[in-house]
Design a protein around this ligand. Sequence first.
Ligand code: PA5
Length: 446
Amino acid sequence: MDSIRLHIEKTLDFISRDKVYNYKPDIEKHNKALNEKTGKGNDFLGWVSLPSGITDTEIKDIQETASKLKSNSEVVVVIGIGGSYLGAKAVIDALAHSFSAMMPRKDPYVVFAGQNISEDYLAELQELLKDVNWSVVVISKSGTTTEPAIAFRVLREDLEKKYGRNDAKNRIVAITDASKGALRTLADEEGYKTYIIPDDIGGRFSVLTPVGLVPIAIAGFDIKALIEGARDMELNTSVEVPFEDNQSAIYAAVRNELYKNGKTTEIMVNYNPKLHFVSEWWKQLYGESEGKEEKGIFPASVDFTTDLHSMGQYIQEGLRNIFETVISVQQVNRKVTIPKDETNLDKLNYLAGKPFDHVNKMAELGTLLAHVDGGVPNIRIEIPAINEFYLGQLMYFFEKACGISGYVLGVNPFDQPGVEAYKKNMFALLEKPGFEEETKKIKSRV
Ligand code: PA5
C-alpha cells in the first residue's frame, strides 16, 4: 500500500528549514513522552497504541453488532456530540455516496442526533423515523452530556412506542464508560448491548474505539482496513522513527514554527466535499487540544473550490496571520469527462476530453501558488485516494501530530477545562437542581 505524504516546501518562503529541524531534539523527546506516558495528560494516552492493540475478536464483535442492526434497520440513529460524533461522521461522509439518502442502499442510512439541541432537527428526524425500521446507537463517554442525553430520552420513548419496551432493547446499543455515568446505569438496568470507551482515551481521540467503529461498520465500511491504515501510521510515527522521517513530527514542527512567526490561524482545505467532516473532526482535535492558557493556533476550514467564491478574497488579501493545510486527493474514485460541443457557445472546447478532476487539480495548483504569492504558507498532505486505509493513516497521523504539537506549545493537549463554562451557565439558566446559587447570579446579569 502507498501512503499519505506531507509536503512542506511551500512554507519555506516564510520559515527556514533549519528552524524546523531545530525542533528535532524536543520533538523526539515529546514523542517518547507520549509513548512512555510521562508527559502532561498522561492518563489519556491510550490512543497512542490503540491501532496495534485492537484484537480480531473485538473487530468481529463490532461487525456482528453491525450485521444485526443492518438486518433489522433501514435507518440507524447515532446519538453523540463532539468526540462521540465527529470521527464516525467524518469517515462515513468521506466514504459514502454523496447522495446516499436518495440512493438504493444495502446498508442502513446512518443519521446523527444529539449533536445539537435544535427542536426542528429532532422533530424532522422523528418524522423520518415514523415510516421506517430503525435502531439507535447512543454514545457518551461521561454518560451525562446534556445534548445526547435529551435526544436519547426522546428517541428511546419513540422506539419503545413503536416496538414495545422489550423489542426496543434489542435495537439500542450503548457506548459509554465501563462503570460511571447515567447511560451506564440505564444500559445495565435495561440490558442493552454495550461497548466500553476506555478510561485512557478522550473523546476526540476515540475514532478507532467502538465510538467510531460501530457506526462506521453499520454504514457498511471496512473497519479492518481503517485500523490497518492507522496501524501503519502508528509504526511510521513511532519513537524508533527519526524526526526527519516522521511526518507527524515534521507537521508539528512546521505549524509551531509558523505560529511563532505570527501565523495564528490554520485553515484546513479540501477540494472534495466528502472531506468536509474530516476538517470538522480535525478542528475539534486541534481546537480542544491546543486552545488553552491563551495560546494555540485557531483551526479553521474551507471546502474549495466552493469557498474560493466566498472566503477566497480574505485568504488572498486579508489579515496575514493564516496558513493553509491542504488535503490533496491524488486519485478520484469515479470518472466524468468533459464532452466536446460542436457549437462551443460556452467556449469550453479547450477542456473537451479532459477529466473533471483535471480541472480540479489545476484549480488546486493555481490556488496554492496564488495564496503563497499572497503571503499564505502552504502545507500539503497528499492522500493517494479516499478509502478506509488512507483515512486510517490520515487520522492517526493527525492524532500523533496533535499530541506532539500540544507538548511543543507547552499545554496539556488531553484536557478541555474550557468546555465546562457554557455548561455551568446553561444549567444555571435551566434551573438544574444543585445550581441554585448560580441561577440567582446569572439571572441578575440577563
Ligand atoms: O473530546 C472530548 O472530550 C469532547 O468533545 C467529548 O467527546 C464531548 O464533549 C462528548 O462527551 P461525552 O462522550 O462524554 O458525551
